[in-house]
Design a protein around this ligand. Structure first.
Ligand code: ADP
Ligand code: ADP
Ligand code: MG
Length: 446
């Protein structure tokens, strides 16, 4: 692999460019017109403008991206997360043009991208899945008929969903029809697929996910788990590794189950198997598998010392996993804070604008992944992630102490961010003593 087209924007594009550089691989960045100011557009060896602000006219233009890759002599493409990262037809198109797609095979993206099919596959492999419907429905009456096996509260989920969208919690029967119609139209608009499946809704669970990796030689390994229980509207805001609530027995089981799934489908590349975990019963259930690098991958990197994006590059070029013969040497505890341009005092409303002052923290155990800088103007067209603050300590206590100092010394002027929210969270007794759950921000944090 000599030259990689980085088919994404923002922090993940910058992150991929750095990994390529550390592997001695050249990069070509792409940017939309307003993103000329994003640092990813000048960190690469070369940068090409691919269109206007709307993603449908730039980052989602498959033909244009392939054309740019061929024109600039790229032999591989990294999709990052979001955008085209989980489009199986795009992977096939890359292959047809002789471009290596740095990610899993098209068939695995297709299989796991159909979340109802994924549940079926995982069930057949003997891993527990959330009790729910067998398939997905667009017909309301058929869906309603499936409720009797599940009961309330239940969760309506889009078969092709992602990013926490297209989901509705149904507390009781009287709400079913209206919420089903809402979920279906939201899913249709967001994912072009209005099919909905049903799951039993667990009100007080943790989100635990396992990072797995496979290579072309049949090796599959895990890199431990991440705990992403701090969420708002089913979207993650803060992630940590290792999970502070898993005992060793459960940890080994959940990681072994994630491996069984990856082995069962002969998976190649980086992937994440997501579960919900009931701390009261000790049970866990598969919810979905993401066939890409995750936003929160750095917490795993800092505790394992493995560069996951570099590993994606090795594996895609046919090499053996670099850590296949070693015991994983995990050390300490890591926490990632998503620093979003959102106003937590106004219901996390996006707050685009200019970063008049911008000084991220640094120091022992502090990493900051970002594409922005002082004077940067946040375009209103894309997600609100400004960067990810990753804090490492020898244990959770030290990570929390360092986090507090880092968040307090973070200087931002010009836009509202999630920094005050994160400070409030890490000072809260429930967070410190691990009493939180995926609904905690909405139901308990005042
Ligand atoms: P993960 O942590 O599993 O990568 P995220 O919740 O961060 O998952 O995001 C999942 C995908 O959805 C990502 O590809 C991200 O770009 C996208 N995404 C995240 N938040 C939003 C949002 N508010 N609107 C649209 N897409 C989003
Ligand atoms: P997405 O593709 O949008 O990430 P997920 O299936 O991963 O969708 O669900 C998003 C979040 O919603 C999860 O991280 C989890 O916290 C919560 N969730 C998902 N399924 C359930 C469920 N059955 N009960 C309770 N919470 C759930
Ligand atoms: Mg998910």
């Amino acid at each position: 692999m000599n030259r990689v087209l980085v088919a994404n924007r923002g922090e993940i594009a910058a992150r991929v460019i750095k990994a390529c550089r550390s592997c001695g691989v050249k990069t070509v960045a792409v940017y939309s017109l307003p993103d000329i100011a994003s640092s990813h557009s000048w960190l690469a060896d070369e940068a090409i403008c691919i269109g206007s602000a709307a993603a449908s006219n730039s980052y989602l233009c498959q033909d244009r991206l392939i054309h740019v890759a061929l024109q600039t002599g790229c032999d591989a493409l990294h999709p990052g997360y979001g955008f085209l990262s989980e489009r199986s037809e795009f992977v096939e198109q890359c292959h047809q043009e002789g471009i290596v797609f740095i990610g899993p095979a098209a068939e695995h993206i297709r299989l796991m991208g159909d979340k109802a099919k994924a549940r079926e596959t995982v069930m057949a492999l003997g891993v527990p899945v959330v009790p729910g419907s067998l398939g997905a429905y667009s017909d309301m009456d058929e869906a309603f008929a499936a409720v009797s096996d599940i009961g309330y509260p239940l969760l309506l989920k889009a078969r092709s969903g992602g990013g926490g969208r297209g989901m509705r919690v149904v507390e009781e029967e009287s709400q079913f029809h209206i919420l089903f119609a809402q979920a279906r139209s939201e899913a249709e608009a967001a994912f072009g697929d209005g099919e909905i499946y049903l799951e039993r809704y667990f009100e007080r669970v943790r989100h635990i996910e396992v990072q797995i990796f496979g290579d072309r030689h049949g090796n599959i390994r895990h890199l431990g788990e991440r705990d992403c229980s701090l969420q708002r509207r089913h979207q993650k805001l803060l992630e940590e590794s290792p999970s502070p609530v898993l005992d060793q027995f459960t940890r080994e089981n959940i990681c072994a189950d994630a491996i069984s799934i990856a082995k069962g489908i002969n998976y190649e590349g980086a992937g994440t198997v997501e579960f919900i975990y009931d701390t009261l019963s000790g049970e866990y259930f598969f919810i979905e598998m993401n066939t890409r690098i995750q936003v929160e991958h750095p917490v795993t990197e800092v505790v394992t010392g493995i560069d996951l994006v570099a590993e994606q590059i090795y594996v895609a070029s046919g090499k053996i996993l670099s850590f296949v013969n070693d015991e994983l040497d995990c050390s300490g505890h890591a926490i990632e804070f998503r620093i979003n341009a959102e106003d937590p005092t106004r219901d996390f409303c996006p707050s685009p604008g200019v970063l008049h002052k911008w000084q991220p923290p640094s120091g022992e155990g502090i990493r900051f992944d970002s594409h922005v800088y002082q004077g940067y103007e946040i375009p209103p067209y894309y997600d609100s992630l400004l960067g990810k603050l990753i804090v490492h300590g020898k244990d959770r206590d030290e990570a929390l102490t360092r986090s507090r100092a880092a968040l307090q010394s973070f200087v931002v002027e010009g836009v509202a961010t999630t920094i005050p929210f994160h400070l409030k969270v890490i000072e809260h007794e429930d967070f410190i003593t691990n009493k939180i759950h995926t609904r905690w921000v909405e139901t308990e944090l005042q």
